[in-house]
Design a protein around this ligand. Sequence first.
Ligand SMILES: [Cu+2]
Length: 163
Amino acid sequence: MGHATIEWVYVAVVIALLIYVGADAWNVERKLDETPPNAQLIKVTAQQWFWTFEHENGTQEIGQLHVVKGVPYRFEVTSRDVNHAFNIPDFSTLIDAVPGRINNVWTIFDQSGQYLIQCREYCGFSHYQMRAKLFVEEPSSNSTSATKPVDLTPSVGATALTG
Ligand SMILES: [Cu+2]
């Protein structure tokens, strides 16, 4: 009798732990999927074999992108020709660029400096050259992106992929 009770307590503890771990993982994933409401929009267009970026204020950049440290950015990514993939390896940002479709990804750049944007999907002859330079600027410096830095605590380099 006592033996069976202990077994049931054990089963209950294991079930409780599984529910706790599952709920926590689900919650983290849900948070990563949610773009911060104050995120700046950047439209990203891929085509053989270069990247075009359009800021919210209409400013366009080709082959380079200027952003401000600490600001959340939402990227709307599409393609003009074949499938590409928008990848910023240093900030673990990766999403497909597909013709006729807009894919969303968001990130916060928490380190200033110069980084690489690279196509991560083989897209033809010059795929290996399909790169762009990413400039993450300090909030105080003059930026071509004309975005206002926002106070974010804590600043995280989190990235989420959404369909
Ligand atoms: Cu490509």
